[in-house]
Design a protein around this ligand. Sequence first.
Ligand code: GRF
Length: 216
Amino acid sequence: MSNAKKLLVLISGKGSNLQALIDSITSDKLNAEIVAVISNRADAFGLERAALANIPAYIIDHHHYETRESFDQSMIDVIDRYHPDLLILAGFMRILSPLFVERYLGQLVNIHPSLLPHYRGLNTHQRALSDKVSQHGASVHFVTPELDAGAVLIHGIVTVKSKDTETCLENRVHQVEHIIYPKAIKLLINHHIILDNNRIIFDDKRLVKPKQYYLK
Ligand code: GRF
């Protein structure tokens, strides 16, 4: 494990994506170590997952800070103790300040429940259903100061069925998320990937189109 990359994961809730990463590491599919988890909510179930996996976890409650910047600074203070290679947002429900995003630009990734650039923001499943799209899914993308606008590394695609309710669609999107997040982290670990002006340079060539994974 000595050359394992260090990941630090930020969560706010259930932490099923955190679990997918933990599982990929424990089954040796991902040569990485989760060095710490930070949650902005004390009741996040993901904290229990971190405890079970013996990962140090920190609760930094945004309610205790007067400004977004002071909250972010307090996360920075914890993060920089660990020197992580990658910072992973996994259901972290706070908008990060430019101070934070710019500090970790190129190392900071998120998973969003839509095929970006479609459906940035909230209620993505409901919006996809009301537009009657045939494909929906999730995206792993770099985080940039503009919300959900960073370059996409991988799309996890699900077919929308005519009988789909928001809940069934959400479940399938979650399923694909748990596959593509470990895959994306593996790509980041095993390849030379940099973010240049919000473009992904993958092994010295521009990644013209996000990689695609179709849920069967
Ligand atoms: C996921 O749907 C992810 O796309 C979004 O927040 C949700 C987190 O779920 N950013 P979990 O906490 O990982 O279960």
